[in-house]
Design a protein around this ligand. Structure first.
Ligand SMILES: CC(C)(COP(=O)(O)OP(=O)(O)OC[C@H]1O[C@@H](n2cnc3c(N)ncnc32)[C@H](O)[C@@H]1OP(=O)(O)O)[C@@H](O)C(=O)NCCC(=O)NCCS
Length: 190
């Protein structure tokens, strides 16, 4: 089974390649277009990821990611992975609150390359992030937004305990089209 592992700074190149590939798939395959920074260069994606992954959990806008890898991997050494065939095919990321008063919450984002969807990997990625948020990070809530019409993603979130708290109308403009966003939250200490 494809491994799900916490991201380290050694993985940032493979993560960036994934982000660009995933962004290029937006709008294909019946998938709703979504904001995955397709307008950023690889260097910018890499720099921004490294910056948020290195922030302590006491600092606003920290980030922690878990990566889904294709293929068998050798044991991870201090320099990261050495298997040249291994690549990142999915990710989940938690981002901490925007100000100090919001640090008991994180916002979750997730995405997989189309060839890897519908095989249980999304659920495994979510579980890794939620377990860490509840345990090691000691957070109280995980929030997320899902485009109206992204039924596959919404079904996954509901099955993991997220509840809908409202709809943000006209949240995004994608190719000139207005998109509403369903806001969902998971209470970790309920
Ligand atoms: C949404 C996404 C992360 C889900 O991950 P996934 O690996 O495809 O989902 P899983 O295989 O783990 O399935 C989890 C649940 O999703 C739902 N699901 C999966 N495939 C589905 C399909 N083809 N149709 C409808 N629901 C489906 C089911 O509820 C499933 O639960 P089950 O395991 O009890 O059947 C993934 O499809 C994806 O990356 N989509 C494109 C990007 C995206 O939409 N990101 C989310 C933005 S909010």
């Amino acid at each position: 089974m494809a491994p799900v592992l916490p991201a380290t700074k050694e993985h940032v190149r493979a993560f960036t390649a994934f982000v660009l590939e995933h962004a290029a798939e937006s709008g294909q395959d019946g998938m709703p277009p979504h904001a995955l920074q397709p307008d950023r260069s690889g260097e910018e994606v890499e720099a921004v990821a490294l910056e948020r992954w290195s922030r302590p959990l006491t600092s606003p806008r920290w980030g922690r990611a878990w990566l889904l890898w294709s293929g068998p991997l050798p044991a991870a050494g201090p320099a990261g992975f050495h298997d040249p065939g291994a690549r990142v095919v999915g990710h989940v990321e938690l981002q901490g609150g925007r100000i100090g008063a919001e640090l008991h919450r994180a916002t979750l984002g997730i995405g997989l390359l189309s060839a890897y969807r519908g095989q249980g990997h999304g659920r495994r990625l979510m579980q890794a992030a939620i377990d860490w948020a509840r345990g090691e990070a000691g957070l109280d809530h995980v929030d997320l937004g899902v485009f109206v019409g992204n039924d596959r993603a919404k079904r996954l979130y509901v099955s993991m305990g997220f509840v809908e708290i409202g709809v943000r109308h006209d949240a995004f403009r994608v190719d000139g089209r207005s998109v509403d966003d369903i806001e969902m939250t998971l209470a970790l200490r309920a």
